[in-house]
Design a protein around this ligand. Structure first.
Ligand code: HEM
Length: 224
C-alpha cells in the first residue's frame, strides 16, 4: 500500500470519509432493493421473473454481491473502530464531559445501536430469504425459484412482520443521521446548506424506511 493511502486510512478523518462514502453507496443499494421489492406488490410472476433475471446475470451478480459485502464489512469495521476510539477519548481527563461539548447528539449517540440492529437484521434476512425455503414455479414455460412464496410465507407471521417494522425504524433513524453526517465528514457543512442536507436525509429515511415497512405490512395483509 502506498504511503499516502496508509496515512489516509490511519487518520481519523480518512476513516470517517470512508464510512461516509460506503454509507452513501449502501443508501443507493437500498433504493434499488426497494424498487425491486415493489414488484412483490405487483404479483408473484412479476417478482419471480425479476429475481430470476437477476440470478441469470451469473458472474456479474457475484461481483455485485462481493461489492456489497466489501461495503457492509468496511463500513462496519471502520464504524466500530471509530466508536471505540471515541469511547476511549471520552474516558480521558482532558475530554469535555457534557454531550454538547463533545459534539454528540442523541441521534449520533444511537448510531452504534441502530447499526447493530441493522447488522442482526441483515444476517437473519439473508438466511431467511436468500438461503430460505426453496420452492419452484413455472412462469411462461421457464422453471424458476418461487421466491415470492418464500417471502409471503415469512410475512404471514405477525411477529416476523413486527420485527421488520422495528428493524426498518432503526434503519430509518440510522440513515437519516448518517446521510447528513457524511456531508460533514467532507467538510461540506456550510450553515447555508446544512439544513437542506439534513432535510434530504430525513426525507430519504422516511421514504426508504417507510417504504420497506409499508411493503412488509401489505405483504402480511396479503399472506395472512
Ligand atoms: C420489505 C423489506 C425487504 C424485503 C421483502 C426484502 C427481500 C429480499 C429478498 C427476497 C432477498 C433475496 C434475493 C435473492 O436471493 O435473489 C433479499 C436479499 C437481500 N436484502 Fe432484502 N428485503 C427487504 C429489506 C432489506 C433491507 C432494509 C436491507 C438492508 C438493510 C436488505 C438487504 C438485503 C441484502 C444485502 C440482500 C442480499 C443480496 C444478494 O446477495 O444478492 N433488504 N431481500
Amino acid at each position: 500500500m502506498s504511503g499516502a493511502v496508509t496515512t489516509f486510512l490511519r487518520s481519523s478523518i480518512g476513516r470517517k470519509q470512508l464510512i461516509a462514502v460506503s454509507g452513501l453507496l449502501l443508501c443507493g443499494f437500498l433504493v434499488a432493493h426497494l424498487a425491486g421489492n415493489v414488484l412483490l406488490l405487483v404479483g408473484s410472476d412479476a417478482f419471480n421473473i425479476y429475481a430470476y433475471k437477476l440470478h441469470q446475470l451469473g458472474p456479474l451478480l457475484y461481483v455485485a454481491e462481493a461489492g456489497l459485502v466489501a461495503l457492509f464489512g468496511g463500513h462496519l469495521a471502520l464504524a466500530m473502530k471509530l466508536t471505540w476510539e471515541n469511547k476511549v477519548a471520552r474516558g480521558q481527563k482532558y475530554y469535555v464531559k457534557n454531550r454538547t461539548g463533545r459534539g454528540e447528539t442523541i441521534m449520533s449517540a444511537t448510531m452504534p445501536y441502530t447499526g447493530l440492529i441493522i447488522l442482526v437484521f441483515l444476517v437473519l434476512h439473508i438466511i431467511q430469504f436468500k438461503y430460505g425455503p426453496y420452492y419452484s414455479t413455472e412462469v411462461d414455460g421457464v422453471m424458476m425459484r418461487d421466491l415470492y412464496k418464500t417471502v409471503i410465507e415469512y410475512f404471514a407471521s405477525p411477529l416476523n412482520t413486527a420485527w421488520y417494522v422495528v428493524a426498518m425504524f432503526a434503519a430509518a433513524v440510522h440513515t437519516s443521521h448518517g446521510f447528513a453526517s457524511s456531508f460533514q465528514s467532507f467538510g461540506w457543512n456550510h450553515p447555508k446548506w446544512m439544513p437542506g442536507v439534513k432535510s434530504i436525509g430525513v426525507i430519504y429515511a422516511i421514504a426508504v424506511g417507510g417504504g420497506f415497512a409499508l411493503i412488509t405490512i401489505l405483504l402480511h395483509v396479503k399472506g395472512a
